[in-house]
Design a protein around this ligand. Structure first.
Ligand code: G5P
Ligand code: MG
Length: 222
């Protein structure tokens, strides 16, 4: 789909709710640029910069990276994208981050994946990731064609350091205390769209239909 008007969305949900998986489908179907805060942080860590070390300490403890660092990083990447449609995955995660984003851009919609917390832990401990691209696999849900290797590049997959059961518990706590208020923030602005369920394949058709509706309205207005 070629968009005639700029469309800017954020995708939210607890760790393991499927933000990365659904973002992959949205970018493929609708051609939005995908920016994942977690992928950006992990590539900084990989580059072993001083800032990367600070970020790694936060992530490995299941804590959020400080707002100032995070907002600067994401806003500079968004600026580099120029006048394009995009989908932000994993940002904003605090009210302060949501306000920094609002100061710079008009967000059209906030997609919220509402997946029960009980099933999330199991998903994360069986996740395999291709770090350079952020592509994710799961032993049960979407296994790679060759076990341990990325389908596209053939490069090795790894398990994220923060996918241990203890760190997942801390990440879920951070989500409840710091990120859930952001849902309320977007609800009060009238742009929150919540999709509930336990399986991505069942949630996805609803998100796809919603975006088709939103984007065709956008195009008529354009
Ligand atoms: P991230 O990288 O943003 P999280 O914790 O928000 O990490 P995560 O873990 O990346 O979110 P996800 O993207 O929501 O999860 O989920 P996913 O990867 O698509 O799916 C999870 C697994 O389930 C995969 O293996 C997938 O294949 C499988 N799966 C999907 N659907 C199904 C299904 O229907 N069934 C089954 N069985 N499996 C399925 O952030 C990491 C850290 O970076 C820092 C924080 O420290 C954070 O903890 N950070 C920030 N700090 C401050 N501010 C920010 N804005 C920050 N952003 C990141
Ligand atoms: Mg993710």
């Amino acid at each position: 789909m070629v968009l005639q008007r700029i469309f800017r969305a954020v995708i939210m949900g607890p760790p393991g709710s499927g933000k990365g998986t659904v973002s992959g489908r949205i970018t493929k179907t609708f051609g939005l640029k995908h920016i994942s805060s977690g992928d950006i942080l992990r590539s900084n860590i990989d580059a072993k910069t001083e800032l990367g070390l600070l970020m790694k300490a936060c992530i490995d403890q299941g804590q959020l990276v400080p707002d100032g660092v995070m907002s600067r990083l994401i806003l500079s990447d968004l600026r580099a994208l120029g006048p394009n449609s995009w989908l932000l995955d994993g940002f904003p995660r605090t009210i302060s981050q949501a306000e920094s984003l609002d100061d710079a851009y008009n967000v059209d919609t906030a997609i919220n994946l509402n997946v029960p917390l009980e099933i999330i832990k199991q998903r994360l401990t069986s996740r395999w990731t291709h770090l350079p691209s952020g592509r994710v696999y799961n032993i049960d849900f979407n296994p790679p064609k060759v076990p341990g290797f990325d389908d596209v590049t053939g490069e090795p997959l790894v398990q994220r350091d923060d996918d241990t059961p203890e760190t997942v518990t801390r990440r879920l706590n951070a989500y409840k205390t710091q990120t859930e208020p952001v849902l309320e923030y977007y609800r009060s602005k009238g742009i929150l769209e919540t999709f509930s369920g336990t399986e991505t394949n069942k949630i996805w058709p609803h998100i796809e239909a919603f975006l088709h509706r939103r984007l065709s309205v956008n195009q008529k207005v354009a």
